[in-house]
Design a protein around this ligand. Sequence first.
Ligand code: NDP
Length: 253
Amino acid sequence: MTYPALAHRTAVVTGAASGMGAATARLLAANGARVALLARRADRLEALAADIAADGGQALTVAADITDQASVDAAAEAVHAAYGSVDLVVNNAGVMLPNPLADGRIDEWTRMVDTNLTGALRIVRAFTADLVGAAARGRAADLVNVSSIASHVVFPDYAVYGATKAALTQLSAALRTELGPRDVRVSSVEPGLTDTELGGHIDNPALRDQLNGMFRAIPALGAQDVADLIAYTVSRPPHVNLRHLVVLPTRQA
Ligand code: NDP
């Protein structure tokens, strides 16, 4: 689909190196938005930016680690230097590291909290003033937080991942009370099973097999399905806020 309302928007997409972030960045750029691509893998970002440019779009690569405040500060500075203020933030970067709670994987718990929750907050902190400013100038202004079905459906061995996503969904709702009255839309997108690199970091063979089994059993969403939903959401008229979106493969129970 095409989204003419996205022309002239300036976006930041985190986790743009792969999966939903890359697909969202591509779609926003294809519809005329300037897109700052944030993630750690600079080579992936460069390849995506080159593709976007080849298709006539505009993208800026910003290698950044959202678990590191100095890195986020430098990224925000780079985005502002190149593009000025932004009016669309897609807080999408995340990691999913399931293991039984009894294994006590404080390393994984810390990484998930630092990325999925504190990392998202660092991005909110970096760009909220831009969003409020854009809205005050009468422009559409959006914060999209990519949460998960795991925020409200419990899966064994995914307790901490689910907790970070529940917190992110709650954060979206709470931020709406602060930003909605200032005309900034906040949307929480909660996908189900989607075919991306997300499961590639699982180090527990049984849980890796279990996830692979789900992909065999259910025709999953593609990253572009979620990108399409995000593009649709942020291209509504400014007084319309699609605030809480759950998107699942049709066969996912
Ligand atoms: P991917 O693994 O393909 O994408 C995750 C992205 O996050 C990567 O581009 C990665 O890039 C980036 N990232 C991870 N850690 C950091 C960090 N510290 N700093 C900056 N960027 C980081 O998976 P998805 O596209 O599936 O994930 C996107 C979002 O969707 C996540 O928040 C995930 O939890 C959520 N989600 C996914 C579902 C699925 O079934 N796939 C279902 C529901 C929600 P790099 O490694 O280069 O930094």
